[in-house]
Design a protein around this ligand. Structure first.
Ligand code: C5P
Length: 205
């Protein structure tokens, strides 16, 4: 069984994908991490994330970059969002994601275009979303728990900016696949969101 989990940043899609993978005993790939690694690599190499050639060269990032905690930062998320608009970057990361999806036992992948581009044949496609205030609040609490300075307004503005860039880009824009089930997690805590996702998978498979 292939499970595709797409949606915007801080919608809960990563948590849900991880929980579904554990529940069904499937391997999980956070595809956002690949784009974050490319963004970080461009920065490390002193390149320009908005230049396709620089971003493409960064797709050859060293494997151990994927475990760098810096990839989780807001800065890396912003860089990821910029390098991910380039078709050549999406193409360069395609095979790796596709191979992961086609493992014999199945897999769970989360990202922006899993149900539409990477694994359109997925048995289950969830599109996880939540309101900007709900997502900003989660990000705010997360950052505060890490002892980092955070401002709700600033976080909300940044989320809105990244949503806009992800939704309006020409290459693989963020949108639900036609056969995706939309799960709005705005009013749900972690456990409720995971339970809802499992119920949706059960109904589909
Ligand atoms: O999901 P995450 O916030 O880690 O993704 C970071 C950025 O990478 C997103 O804003 C998006 O621009 C890009 N991305 C993408 N396609 C994916 C996963 C992430 O374009 N499958």
């Amino acid at each position: 069984m292939i499970v595709a989990v797409d949606g915007p940043t801080a919608s809960g899609k990563g948590t849900i994908a991880q929980a579904l993978a554990a529940h069904y005993g499937l391997p999980h790939l956070d595809t956002g991490l690949l784009y974050r690694a490319v963004g970080r690599q461009v920065a490390l190499a002193g390149g320009d994330p908005d230049r396709e050639a620089d971003a493409l060269a960064a797709c050859d990032f060293p494997a151990d970059l994927l475990t760098d905690p810096e990839l989780r930062s807001e800065a890396s998320g912003g860089l990821a969002s910029r390098v991910s608009v380039h078709p050549a970057v999406r193409q360069a990361l395609y095979q790796r994601q596709r191979r992961f999806a086609l493992q014999p036992g199945g897999a769970v992948l989360d990202g922006r275009d899993i149900g539409t581009v990477i694994a359109p044949e997925a048995e289950v496609k969830l599109f996880v979303t939540a309101s900007i205030p709900a997502r900003a609040e989660r990000r705010f609490l997360e950052m505060r728990a890490q002892g980092r300075a955070a401002d709700r307004e600033e976080i909300a503005a940044d989320l809105a900016r990244r949503d806009e860039r992800d939704r309006t880009r020409a290459a693989a824009p963020l949108r639900p696949a036609e056969d995706a089930i939309v799960l709005d997690t705005s009013g749900l805590d972690r456990d409720a969101a995971v339970a809802a996702a499992i119920a949706l998978v059960e109904a589909r498979r």
